[in-house]
Design a protein around this ligand. Structure first.
Ligand SMILES: O=C(CO)[C@H](O)[C@H](O)COP(=O)(O)O
Ligand SMILES: [Fe+2]
Length: 225
C-alpha cells in the first residue's frame, strides 16, 4: 500500500479543530484523533461528543486512537458515530476479539494498538481480526515526545508477520514521527504515519504533510516492501 499520512490533532488548536483539519484537507489521508481518559494514560483530551461534532465538519475520515481504560465499552460507539477507523489498545481491552468485531460490524476499520514495551508476536494470530496494527513509537499520553528507535525492530517484525500471512493489514507508527524519523519507519515497514507536532508545529502544515509523504514514498520504494 502507498504510504498514508495521518496528522494528529493532538498538536492542533483545540479551540479551532475544524479549521485546523481544513488546513490539511488536500494533503493528508486521515485525521488522527487521540482520545485520552487520564486513566490509561496520564492526560485527558476529548471524547465521543467532540468526535461527533468534528465528524460534521471534517472532509477527511477520522482515525480514532482510543487511549482509554475501557475500550470494550466505548470503541463501537465511535464506529457507530461515523469514525472510519477505531483503534483499541491491547493493554486495555478485556475482550479484544469481540470489540474488534464490533468495530468492523459498525462499518469501521478495526485497529489494535500496542505500547512500546508490549511485544507484538503474541498478536500474530489476531491479524485476521484487524485492519491496522498501531505501534506506539513513544509512550502514549503526550504529543511532541522524542521518537523511540528501540521500537524499530518490532516494526520490522510486525511487517514480516503481516507479509508472511498475506493479510491486508496496515502498519501504523505513532509518536515522534517527523522529517528526521519517518524514513526509518518506512524502511522498517510502516505504511501509515501519524504526525502531530511535525505537522501542526510547522508554519505550513499542508507542506509538512507533502514533505513527509515524499520521504515515506522514497524510503518505502528503496526498502522494497
Ligand atoms: O498517540 C499519541 C500520543 O499518545 C499521538 O498520536 C502522538 O504522540 C502524535 O504526536 P507527535 O507526532 O507530536 O508525537
Ligand atoms: Fe495517537
Amino acid at each position: 500500500m502507498a504510504p498514508q499520512i495521518a496528522p494528529s490533532i493532538l498538536s492542533a488548536d483545540f479551540a479551532r479543530l475544524a479549521e485546523d483539519v481544513e488546513r490539511v484537507a488536500d494533503s493528508a489521508d486521515w485525521v488522527h484523533v487521540d482520545v485520552m481518559d487520564n486513566h490509561f494514560v496520564p492526560n485527558l483530551t476529548l471524547g465521543l461528543p467532540v468526535v461527533q461534532a468534528l465528524l460534521k465538519h471534517s472532509p477527511l475520515p477520522l482515525d480514532c486512537h482510543l487511549m482509554i481504560e475501557d475500550p470494550d465499552r466505548w470503541a463501537p460507539e465511535y464506529a457507530e458515530a461515523g469514525a472510519k477507523s477505531v483503534t483499541i489498545h491491547a493493554e486495555a481491552a478485556k475482550a479484544p476479539i469481540r470489540t474488534l468485531r464490533a468495530i468492523r460490524a459498525a462499518g469501521a476499520r478495526a485497529g489494535l494498538g500496542v505500547n512500546p514495551a508490549t511485544p507484538v508476536d503474541g498478536f500474530a494470530d489476531l491479524l485476521g481480526e484487524i485492519d491496522m496494527l498501531l505501534l506506539m513509537t513513544v509512550e502514549p499520553g503526550f504529543g511532541g515526545q522524542r521518537f523511540l528507535d528501540v521500537v524499530l525492530p518490532k516494526v520490522r517484525r510486525a511487517r514480516e508477520l503481516i507479509k508472511g500471512r498475506d493479510l491486508p493489514v496496515w502498519l501504523q507508527v505513532d509518536g515522534g514521527v517527523s522529517a528526521e524519523t519517518i524514513e526509518r519507519c518506512a524502511e522498517a515497514g510502516a505504511d501509515v504515519f501519524v504526525a502531530g507536532s511535525a505537522v501542526y508545529g510547522a508554519d505550513d502544515p499542508a507542506e509538512a504533510v507533502r514533505r513527509l509523504r515524499g520521504q515515506a514514498e522514497d524510503a518505502t520504494a528503496k526498502a522494497g516492501w
